[in-house]
Design a protein. Structure first.
Length: 395
C-alpha cells in the first residue's frame, strides 16, 4: 500500500535527520499526521487518539507508537518493520489515570534516550498541553525543544511523484468545481450542492478515485460571503445570491485547492468590478512568478497590480500546500505575504488565493500552482472569472 518507493521515504528521513543535527536534536517526536505519513507512509484515521513517530538520530528506522488496534494499519501502510511498530494498550486511551505519553516516556527510557535533547512539535494540532506536561514530568533529565515545522520544511520541495499526485488532485478539483457550478441555481438547497461536490471529490475521475480532503467544502452565500470560512446550510439559493465555493481535490492525501465565486442571476456592478480586479491581479502575479523571487515579492506584485483599484487585502495572499490531514491542507511553512523571505524554488506548490472580503460581500477566485524551472504551472484548468448561473449574457 506504499504510495512511494522505500528509497524515497529513506531520503526524506535522511533530510529530516540533517535538520535534526543542525538544530541539536537527538530524538524527534513527530505528532503531525502529515509528517508521520511523509516519513513512513502511515495513513489511517487514528489521529483522534495519541500517536507519534520517534525519530532517533542513530536508528535506521523511526518507531511508530500508537494505539494497539492501529498497529495493523502501520503494518499495512508504512515501510517500517514490526520491531519498529510499538503499540500501547487500550487502557491508555482517554484515561484519567494514565496517558499515552507516559508510555512514550517509558519507551524512551528503555531505549536510553531519556537524557538527550528531544524535539517536539509544540504547535502541531495533535500535540496537546497534556502531552507536554506528561513528557516534562516523565523525562526530567531530557531537554525538550520546540521543533514545530521541522519536517514541514523538509516537505516544501516536492518530488516528481508528489507533483504527479498533486496534479491528479487538481483534476479532481476541476470535476468538483464543475459539479458545484452546475448544481447552483435558484431554489436549490446549499446542502445538495455540497453533496454533489463531495461525490465528485471522492469518485474522482475514470482513471483514479479521490481521497477525503482535509477541509470540507466551504460555501458562504449572500451577505455571508463576507465571512470566508463558513460551510453550508439547508437554505435555498435566491436570485442575486453570490456564492463562494472553496474546495480541494485530494489524491493519496495530496491536495490541490481551488476557489471560484458564482452568482445566481445577474451580478451587481460591485461584484463585477471586484471580480475583474481580482482576475487581473491573479493574472499579473501568475505571469511574474519564477524561481528566485521571494514570497514577499509575490505579494508585492499583487499589491502593485491593484493599487489604483481602491481595493485592499489585509490577509496573506497564499500559502504552501501538499500532503495533509484534517483540519488543514496548508503546509504551515511559506506564506505569500510581507516579511516572508522564503525563496521560491522549482517544485514548490502554493495556493494563490486573493480573497476579498468586504462588510457585506466577498469574492474568492484562486489558483494552485507549481513553481517550474522558469515560471509557474497553474494546476487546475477552470474558467478564471466571475461565474454566472444560469449562464446569462450580461448587458
Amino acid at each position: 500500500m506504499l504510495s512511494f518507493n522505500i528509497m524515497e521515504y529513506k531520503e526524506r528521513l535522511e533530510r529530516t535527520k540533517q535538520r535534526m543535527v543542525a538544530e541539536g536534536i537527538d530524538v524527534l517526536l513527530v505528532t503531525d499526521p502529515a509528517n508521520m505519513s511523509y516519513l513512513t507512509g502511515y495513513n489511517a484515521w487514528s489521529f483522534y487518539v495519541h500517536q507519534l513517530l520517534a525519530v532517533i538520530i542513530d536508528e535506521e528506522q523511526p518507531f511508530w507508537i500508537g494505539r494497539g488496534q492501529d498497529a495493523s494499519a502501520a503494518k499495512h501502510t508504512s515501510w517500517l518493520d514490526e520491531a519498529h511498530i510499538i503499540p500501547y494498550d487500550d487502557d491508555y486511551v482517554q484515561s484519567t489515570i494514565k496517558h499515552p505519553m507516559d508510555f512514550v516516556c517509558d519507551f524512551l527510557k528503555e531505549k536510553k534516550q531519556d537524557k538527550r535533547t528531544i524535539g517536539v512539535e509544540m504547535d502541531a494540532y495533535y500535540f496537546t498541553a497534556r502531552n507536554y506536561v506528561q513528557l516534562t514530568s516523565g523525562l526530567p533529565d531530557a531537554t525538550l525543544k520546540d521543533t514545530t515545522n521541522l519536517v514541514n520544511w523538509v516537505r516544501i520541495i516536492k518530488s516528481d511523484q508528489e507533483i504527479e499526485y498533486i496534479k491528479r488532485a487538481a483534476k479532481i478539483a476541476e470535476k468538483a468545481m464543475g459539479a458545484a457550478v452546475n448544481s447552483i441555481n435558484e431554489g436549490v438547497r446549499q446542502c445538495d450542492v455540497v453533496a454533489s461536490i463531495s461525490h465528485a471529490q471522492i469518485s474522482g475521475t475514470e482513471d483514479f478515485g479521490g481521497d477525503y480532503p482535509s477541509i470540507v467544502p466551504l460555501l458562504p452565500t449572500g451577505e455571508k460571503t463576507s465571512a470566508c470560512h463558513l460551510t453550508w446550510t439547508d437554505e435555498t439559493f435566491k436570485e442575486g445570491d453570490p456564492v463562494i465555493v472553496e474546495l480541494a481535490g485530494c489524491y493519496k492525501r495530496y491536495h490541490s485547492p481551488l476557489a471560484r465565486t458564482v452568482v445566481v442571476g445577474k451580478p451587481t456592478d460591485q461584484l463585477q468590478y471586484i471580480a475583474a480586479v481580482v482576475v487581473e491581479g491573479l493574472n499579473s502575479v501568475l505571469d511574474a512568478i519564477k524561481p528566485g523571487i521571494t514570497c514577499e515579492e509575490v505579494e508585492l506584485l499583487w499589491r502593485k497590480s491593484i493599487e489604483t483599484s481602491g481595493i485592499k487585502k489585509e490577509s496573506r495572499l497564499g500559502y504552501s500546500i501538499g500532503l495533509n490531514y484534517p483540519p488543514d491542507w496548508g503546509e504551515h511553512t511559506a506564506s505569500l505575504r510581507p516579511s516572508d523571505y522564503t525563496i521560491l524554488k522549482p517544485n514548490m506548490t502554493f495556493h494563490l488565493i486573493p480573497g476579498i472580503w468586504l462588510d457585506h460581500v466577498g469574492i474568492e477566485i484562486s489558483e494552485s500552482f507549481r513553481v517550474t524551472e522558469n515560471g509557474c504551472e497553474v494546476l487546475a484548468d477552470f474558467p478564471r472569472e466571475l461565474l454566472i448561473q444560469p449562464n446569462i449574457r450580461l448587458a
